[in-house]
Write a protein that binds this ligand. Sequence first.
Ligand code: HEC
Ligand code: HEC
Ligand code: HEC
Ligand code: HEC
Ligand code: HEC
Ligand code: HEC
Ligand code: HEC
Ligand code: HEC
Length: 488
Amino acid sequence: MKKGLVALSSLLLGILFMANAGATEACISCHKSVTPGIVADYQQSKMAEEGVTCLDCHQGDPAKDPSVRDHNGYKITPVVSPKYCERCHEEQVEQFLKSKHAWTAFIGPLKPWYNEMVSQGKDPLKLETALANNPRDFIRDKLTPLYPDSGALKRAGLLDLESYNHENQVLGCLECHGSYVIAKDGEILDGWPNVGVGRVNPDGSLGSCSACHTRHSFSRAEARKPETCGQCHLGPDHPQMEIYEESKHGNIFFSMEDHSFLEEEELTPENTRAPTCAVCHMSGFNGAKTTHDVGARLYWELQPKKSVPQWDDPKLVPLGKQKPDEEQAKRGRAEMKRVCRGCHSPAWVDGYFESFDKVVNDYNKVYEYTEKLLNTAYEEGLISKDNPIDEIPEVMYYYIWHHDGRRWRMGASMMGPDWTHWNGAVDALMDKLNMMEEWIKMQRENKQLEERVAALEQQKGVCGPTAVAALALLPLAGYATLRRRRKL
Ligand code: HEC
Ligand code: HEC
Ligand code: HEC
Ligand code: HEC
Ligand code: HEC
Ligand code: HEC
Ligand code: HEC
Ligand code: HEC
């Protein structure tokens, strides 16, 4: 019975392939001149070889996907969401949807909008919600630590200015995290083009497979290359690419002249000299199973203010309702170790992780101290909470967890010693934490002086010359101390 079903469905799929194959000739005959690059990539792809056609991916139903439009007698969409791939790659899509990659537009830049819609009782995944409340317009001038303008835009009078676009969010945040693609009656109105990994599609699905499998070669070998991940995983706050380049693993990989092992059907310890990002995080390797959930082999959350074991569920993160899940984290660690053990002895691997966990522990201790320090500054009235990121202690606190402290932890997780120490611990402690302490100490002294001057004034009833001189010198003294610290 089951066999019969399989035979029947392959027959139906076969017929579909044949019908679509005819259409594909029509697509190609035109697109060879309209978009020759696309046709050439497609023709060299594994999927073309297997008979997958243009229509298999592009044909849609306007009732289910408002981006579908009439196109030379066919109903097609340019936004080929994971739903279109799901028909043939169910397992990969299912795993991907469990990952933070799929949810990252809402975990990241669109989070304030997501929360607002939920609190209004609206479904953020419904296109009507986005049509009535444009997400990009909503977030563009939200003053949160995610847009650390340090009060500078407000002071410059640009924060709410109609003609200031905040467009760095579109070609910045949304390019990596994904945009909200809004379409109506076959017309795409907003958020396009975009291949951010957590793109919100007009059919209500999440993600973009072409973030790693670029169209139209959709190559597995390309996705296994570190450069694919490095497009987003780089820079001051998550320098995974730079860390990898520094590590022995990246070193070996980039010094190899021939990377054709990435074309192998399966990567094994025998055919792989050095692991790439994908080998450690995704590929089937040494008994670890292939996964499209990039969180599946992690123990820690290394990006938040304080590191905890992996959170339970990505879709709870935008609402802040996620919880650490120690059991899942332990499974992830075991799976990661399986990968390492393809090339290293268990003692080598355990030794490394023991040391890495100690680094995370040390950072966490520094974070707790930093948080207390910041709260003291609030309690003493030295700074105010109205803008969470415009005063020196707030800015330093932000750098400590969001930049330097991430580098410290992430460098240690992936064998990047310079990122662990110089770009991590040293920047967090010697530079930022010292700066924060110094500023608070100085402000405390200033405040005491001000109070003494005020008391003196009250006593004498007039403003004596000493008091005037002391007051005039305050900002100068403060500036000199800061200058010494920052080497401005
Ligand atoms: C008669 C020529 C012709 C045929 C046949 C044709 N196309 Fe196109 N296609 C075009 C042109 C011209 C454009 C660019 C202008 C436009 O968007 O309509 C285009 C654009 C597209 C786009 C991008 C749309 C966008 O909004 O960016 C997709 C996707 C597409 N075609 C897919 C297909 C598929 C799939 C087929 C076969 C079922 C096909 N085309 C058949 C001429 C054709
Ligand atoms: C395996 C699925 C798949 C197949 C097969 C496929 N496409 Fe695409 N196509 C995509 C994806 C994915 C995108 C990128 C949009 C996205 O990220 O969703 C895309 C984008 C496009 C675009 C717009 C991109 C641009 O740069 O303007 C055109 C035009 C297009 N395809 C035409 C074709 C034509 C013609 C064929 C057949 C020769 C074809 N596609 C076959 C999945 C496919
Ligand atoms: C009509 C069925 C069908 C659809 C739709 C489809 N694929 Fe495929 N895909 C295949 C087949 C068949 C293969 C070859 C066998 C295999 O590797 O699973 C393949 C292979 C692949 C591979 C491996 C290529 C390699 O280098 O070995 C990737 C990656 C891939 N598909 C991604 C996608 C993505 C992304 C989409 C949607 C944009 C998609 N596919 C849509 C049928 C399909
Ligand atoms: C170069 C690509 C890129 C840009 C631009 C970018 N991000 Fe990210 N972002 C990432 C990556 C990669 C991570 C994952 C870091 C990690 O887990 O190591 C991340 C992590 C985050 C996180 C933490 C997610 C979590 O699980 O806690 C937030 C929030 C975030 N980004 C928001 C933003 C916002 C808002 C912007 C724009 C102001 C932005 N990002 C710009 C790539 C980018
Ligand atoms: C973060 C990057 C990334 C994204 C996003 C991604 N893939 Fe992959 N994909 C890979 C890597 C890496 C491999 C190779 C795994 C290996 O080495 O075994 C792969 C392999 C595949 C394969 C070949 C079969 C296999 O499991 O090895 C298919 C099919 C596939 N992906 C489909 C998809 C689909 C469909 C989506 C969108 C839901 C998608 N991928 C999104 C990185 C990605
Ligand atoms: C040798 C294996 C290995 C390689 C190669 C590797 N990683 Fe990792 N990666 C790890 C380990 C181990 C961790 C920490 C796991 C844990 O938390 O226990 C990690 C953690 C991460 C994290 C999680 C950070 C967070 O916020 O929690 C990201 C993102 C990441 N790696 C991306 C990458 C990228 C991108 C590359 C390639 C440029 C890469 N990795 C290369 C092993 C590797
Ligand atoms: C288009 C941008 C983009 C690409 C390409 C990309 N990532 Fe990511 N990745 C992100 C963003 C954004 C996040 C942050 C997710 C979050 O926490 O919201 C992330 C998070 C991660 C995490 C942490 C997951 C977790 O659960 O904490 C890992 C590991 C990771 N990526 C690995 C990879 C690997 C390996 C590749 C390449 C095969 C890759 N990424 C390609 C943008 C990207
Ligand atoms: C595909 C094989 C492979 C995998 C998988 C792999 N490594 Fe390696 N690793 C190597 C090779 C080769 C070296 C270089 C050894 C040497 O210096 O001779 C190396 C070096 C190292 C080093 C020494 C770094 C230095 O600075 O000298 C450490 C630590 C390490 N690996 C840890 C790990 C951990 C932890 C994992 C899993 C998360 C892992 N490796 C996964 C092949 C691998």
